[in-house]
Ligand binder design. Structure first.
Ligand SMILES: [Ca+2]
Ligand SMILES: [Ca+2]
Length: 264
């Protein structure tokens, strides 16, 4: 088998299922997984995280495609967990204004449960449509509802909605009296917050150093969202109730997961 360097650094090759399989097999066999860090920028430039490229393909091709994206965007720990045959959740975020759909949010993101398989069972994948961004209905500046959520981070005395930034996190199974089954963060997550309340998370949003502790949250769950096109998210990852049940079933008996959130 050629080295990862040979595979990636010779004239750019277009995406192909065979290529992703070849790269994946090299990646999972790297003697030193930290070597991966050297190649992540290049992997990101080659493998585009566009779900449209995958969804119409057969499962084995999708499996290797997502697995290479895990290697390109995940942490060493998430890849190590996958190598130990544990399921990993990928999130594909389509950047959407919190004000979309009259502030009710849009289920236009995807979650992928990537199952490395065991023994003679080949790896497999399942995709679920969902949402990774808060809905403006919870923004302190809207009068559409009275339930406003968030924490003030810019110091104007108005609470600011947050969302999980792209990156790798750990979640564990838990329960909530309100939602039933949930996945909860294992440790606090530093959120991005929409401090100018324009519905977007970008460089125009600011944080006061005195309030930096308010950037963090432990209540950004995976949970059942609303019906009727309302995502019910103030920063949580949500799926329509029927979809959530299917998602939960695919998680199986594993209790803790790496979650790699990628901009699509
Ligand atoms: Ca979105
Ligand atoms: Ca903003």
């Amino acid at each position: 088998m050629s080295s990862l360097h040979d595979q990636l650094c010779f004239p750019a090759r277009p995406y192909s299922p065979d290529f992703s399989r070849e790269v994946f097999e090299t990646l999972v066999n790297l003697p030193n997984p930290f070597e991966l860090l050297l190649y992540q920028p290049h992997l990101r430039s080659i493998f585009t995280p566009q779900l449209e490229l995958f969804l119409s393909r057969p499962v084995p091709q999708r499996f290797f495609g997502y697995a290479v994206l895990l290697a390109a965007y995940g942490t060493i720990d998430s890849l190590r967990s996958f190598r130990l045959r544990r399921k990993v959740i990928l999130g594909f975020r389509k950047e959407t204004s919190t004000k979309a759909n009259q502030g009710k949010g849009v289920y236009d993101d995807w979650f992928v449960v990537l199952d490395p398989g065991t023994g003679n069972h080949p790896g497999t994948v399942k995709e679920f449509q969902g949402n990774t961004e808060p809905a403006y209905r919870y923004d302190a500046n809207t009068s559409a509802t009275k339930k406003h959520l968030g924490k003030d981070v810019d110091g104007d005395g108005v609470i600011d909605l947050g969302r999980i930034p792209e990156g790798t996190y750990r979640f564990k199974k838990s329960t909530s009296t309100k939602y039933g089954n949930i996945l909860a963060p294992v440790s606090k997550i530093r959120l991005e917050r929409d401090t100018n309340h324009d519905g977007r998370f970008d460089q125009n949003d600011t944080v006061s150093p005195k309030l930096s502790a308010n950037e963090y949250a432990t209540d950004t769950f995976f949970h059942k969202g609303g019906r009727g096109g309302f995502t019910g998210s103030a920063g949580c990852q949500t799926l329509e109730p029927e979809t959530f049940e299917l998602f939960w079933a695919v998680l199986g008996s594993q209790s803790e997961f790496h979650y790699v959130l990628i901009r699509s």
